[in-house]
Write a protein that binds this ligand. Structure first.
Ligand code: HEM
Length: 282
């Protein structure tokens, strides 16, 4: 009898509250200036809810990577769909903060400085895990801290993007290990048959599109976040020290799988593809 066949152990006296550690959870919202600000609790709850979902997303994406390594695009796609469904909730959630007036935010904003979502280690982990590995963010985390160690590990590990392209290689697609912009022609050529004949290559096609959906919710979140930020603080600098809205606008164009976005541009145009010249090509 394997472990999974055994009946689960019972926990007499278990309750909803004990299982989910609700009383511990509800003690974790410590306001700094709640006597002056009704909205500070909302601000804390929203950020904590994001961090819980980030935890779940990282957990799912680690499994997605393992599934790709074992050559299972169907199950990888199923879990990616879950991540994107969570992502859609995260996009909507930011707008709850728009029920706060700019004046009320001022009542506690100064107390937060220099803290900022900019320092969210799980958000950076998400970026690193997916392939957006900008090591300049590491300075926000103390050397030797748990967060710094986790981020350094993510930087050193193959990203989801690398794992995806390696999986394609094992399935016989002619793609480089971790393609950059300079590999655009090669990747587009390899994936055009998948996008043209998706009925015949549905497992890979569906996985590619699930990766695009994942990329899309994150880019959409960036956009919704910056609009909310602008609505609340206008042109002020961020508490994390960045220029605020201009910095955040610069991140909206980040893509985790840029070549999967690119491939569809070539679908109906053989001539264009044949005559396409990469930048710098004679
Ligand atoms: C009143 C609401 C909010 C305001 C005014 C705000 C403001 C800002 C600003 C100005 C930045 C740029 C960095 C800086 O200099 O501080 C930033 C970054 C960031 N914020 Fe927010 N934020 C808000 C809500 C949230 C929420 C609810 C989350 C959820 C986790 C969040 C997550 C982030 C993340 C992850 C970054 C880094 C983005 C990147 O570097 O690409 N923010 N925020």
């Amino acid at each position: 009898m394997s472990d999974t066949d055994k009946p689960p152990r019972e926990y007499p006296g278990l309750t909803y509250g004990k299982y989910l550690k609700i009383s511990e959870l509800l003690q974790l919202q410590h306001t700094l200036v709640a006597d002056r600000s009704h909205d500070e609790l909302l601000f804390i709850v929203i950020h904590q809810a994001y961090e819980l979902w980030f935890k779940q997303i990282l957990y799912e994406l680690d499994t997605v990577g393992e599934l790709m390594k074992s050559g299972d695009p169907i199950e990888a796609r199923r879990l990616l769909d879950r991540v994107s469904t969570i992502g859609d909730v995260l996009v909507q959630q930011i707008h709850i903060l728009e029920t706060m007036t700019p004046r009320d935010f001022c009542h506690f904003r100064a107390a937060l400085r220099p803290a900022s979502g900019f320092q969210s280690a799980q958000f950076r982990e998400l970026e690193y895990l997916c392939g957006a590995k900008d090591p300049s963010y590491l300075v926000n985390y103390e050397e030797g801290s748990v967060e710094r160690a986790r981020l350094e590990r993510r930087l050193a590990e193959p990203s989801l993007r690398e794992t995806f392209y390696r999986m394609l290689q094992t399935f016989g697609y002619d793609v480089p290990e971790d393609p950059g912009d300079e590999d655009r022609d090669q990747v587009v050529r390899a994936l055009l048959p998948v996008y043209r004949n998706f009925e015949d290559q549905s497992a890979i096609y569906n996985l590619c599109e699930a990766l695009v959906s994942h990329d899309q919710w994150l880019a959409t979140w960036r956009f919704h976040h910056v609009r909310t930020v602008e609505r609340i603080i206008g042109s002020k600098r961020g508490t994390g020290g960045s220029s605020g809205v201009p910095y955040l606008m610069g991140t909206v164009s980040k893509r985790l799988f840029p070549l999967l976005w690119e491939v569809r541009a070539w679908l109906d145009d053989d001539d264009l593809f044949a005559t396409y010249k990469a930048p710098g090509e004679a």
